[in-house]
Design a protein around this ligand. Structure first.
Ligand SMILES: [Zn+2]
Ligand SMILES: [Zn+2]
Length: 135
């Protein structure tokens, strides 16, 4: 089984994952652009039991409030980067890790892109990546 290593910008918060992604996509919706600070977000889901926190401490943000703890985003307490999130009923029992935090050129490619119609006019992607106009 492959082992992938992710870390935040300062390196304090480090994660280790074994096993292939359950779901692997990029998204150019407005929310993902704002969350990632980039033209697109590379969102990669892994089974929760395959993800380990190797080092570091994190803060947690609950976008829907603390009564919905399965929708959350965790980020490094020092630099605010890296971390992981949970997407609630979208994929229960999984953890989302931003593909860029692996900084690994051989990391598996996304299968498809969501909200392609919302992409910046200059963005293009390799042909095998399926383009979905919306969600
Ligand atoms: Zn999105
Ligand atoms: Zn950090």
């Amino acid at each position: 089984m492959p082992i992938f290593h992710a870390q935040c910008t300062c390196g304090a918060l480090a994660l280790e994952v074994d096993g292939d992604p359950v779901h692997n996509h990029v998204c150019t919706c407005t929310r993902c652009q704002r969350a990632s600070g980039s033209a697109l977000a590379h969102n990669v889901w892994f089974r929760e039991e395959n993800v380990r926190i190797v080092s570091g401490e994190y803060s947690v943000w609950y976008p829907q409030g603390e009564t919905t703890p399965d929708v959350m985003k965790a980020f490094c307490r020092i630099c605010g980067g890296g971390g992981f999130s949970k997407s609630g009923t979208y994929f229960p029992g999984t953890v989302v890790i931003a593909g860029g935090t692996f900084a690994d050129p051989s990391f598996p490619a996304p299968d498809h892109v969501h909200w392609w119609d919302n992409r910046p006019h200059w963005l293009d992607l390799a042909e095998p990546i399926e383009r979905l106009a919306g969600n």
